[in-house]
Ligand binder design. Structure first.
Ligand code: NAD
Ligand code: TYD
Length: 325
């Protein structure tokens, strides 16, 4: 499992380790990687970069499959600087493909609905749709996906792609909408809503996302792409209102700020293909968000050190002029 110390990867490692699988985690431990996410979870750890062939070979020794969670994942950071995104999400994916080819192993590429770009109201993206990424992040993920498909076609590599929607739950680094706003609300800090806040995202709980990836890893067909949606499309302002309610916070904390550059208005996935094979999301957003807020309330020791470290520099760069602070 690459990127197994991040938000979704760590939940996946826990899921497999709990089921008795033996798991090797390859992680570079970037700002988003956190060893504490695997506390109490049985695994073998290798620190390294997925774009480093030697590290990949060392970690991959004896593995029958690789699930690639490792990525630079935050759209706002990709707008500030895209270099690491291209390094990890494109070059890193290529190195893993070369490993899978030589080792005759399966590679599951964990991708995102963002590769399809904006989706008009009333429409949903199917796996056959063209990729029209809008941000440097989604363009780098699309580049990784295209490398996967080319290695399937040209070299017969046994690789598959999942494209998940916006994922939430415990252990998510507090830079994405939900954990950022929950932790800001607890501290009485402003919630910076980009533009009018009417952008639509489809929310998927991390446990449902992991169940889908495991299903595809075990039962998916090589060369196929599988959309993984949460069947829960909401405007950002609706999500923000629920967060305020669950955190007992004042709605005066909401601040409409300058919009994100190139901001996608709406994502929507048609997940019919995976549904027809037997997977469907199980968590409803109301209880999933309630449980997530409770986790952040009880785990200040997990997020407080993050928000007081190098993170502050990023926060200043991203929000200071928007908030006029
Ligand atoms: P994350 O940012 O929380 O974690 C990424 C992990 O990858 C970290 O542990 C980091 O240290 C590691 N990493 C980064 N660069 C690396 C490199 N070069 N070599 C080795 N390890 C490296 O990410 P996440 O939110 O858990 O996302 C996991 C995957 O799921 C990503 O591929 C992402 O594109 C995809 N995805 C995420 C979401 C979401 O909403 N979070 C939705 C759909 C798809
Ligand atoms: P995010 O969690 O960054 O995920 P993505 O951009 O990959 O979908 O953002 C989710 C939505 O929330 C997106 O429309 C951007 C918006 N957003 C804000 O309004 N303010 C913020 O500070 C952040 C981080 C996101």
């Amino acid at each position: 499992m690459t990127g197994g110390c991040g938000f979704i990867g760590s939940r996946f490692v826990e899921r497999l380790a709990t089921a008795g699988d033996s798991v090797v985690v390859l992680d570079k431990l970037t700002y988003a990687g956190n060893l504490a996410n695997l506390d109490g979870v049985s695994h073998e750890f290798v620190r390294g970069d997925i774009a480093d062939r030697e590290a990949v070979q060392r970690a991959g020794e004896g593995c029958g499959a690789c699930v690639n969670f490792a990525a630079e994942t935050h759209v706002d950071r990709s707008i500030l600087r895209a270099h690491e995104f291209i390094h990890t999400d494109v070059l890193g994916t290529y190195v893993l493909l070369e490993w899978a080819r030589e080792a005759d192993a399966r590679l599951v590429q964990v991708s995102t609905d963002e590769v399809y770009g904006d989706v008009a109201a009333g429409e949903s993206s199917s796996e056959r749709d063209a990729l029209r990424p809008s941000s440097p992040y989604s363009a780098s993920k699309a580049g990784g996906d295209l490398q996967v498909l080319s290695h399937v076609r040209t070299f017969g590599v046994d690789a598959l792609i999942t494209r998940g929607s916006n994922t939430y739950g415990p252990h998510q680094y507090p830079e994405k909408l939900i954990p950022l706003f929950i932790t800001n609300a607890f501290d009485g800090k402003e919630l910076p809503v980009y533009g009018d806040g009417k952008q639509v995202r489809d929310w998927l709980h991390a446990s449902d996302h992991c169940a889908a990836i495991e299903f595809v890893m075990r039962h998916g067909q090589g060369g196929e792409v599988y959309n993984v949606g949460g069947d829960c499309e909401l405007e950002n302002l609706t999500v923000v209102a629920r967060i305020l309610e669950l955190c007992d916070a004042d709605d005066g904390l909401v601040r409409h700020v300058d919009d994100r550059l190139g901001h996608d208005r709406r994502y929507s996935l048609d997940s019919g293909k995976l549904h027809s094979l037997g997977w469907a999301p199980e968590r409803d957003f109301r209880s999933g968000l309630e449980e997530t807020v409770a986790w952040y309330r009880e785990h200040r020791a997990w997020w407080e050190p993050i928000k007081s470290g190098a993170y502050r520099e990023y926060y200043e760069q991203q929000y200071a002029s928007r908030l006029g602070t």
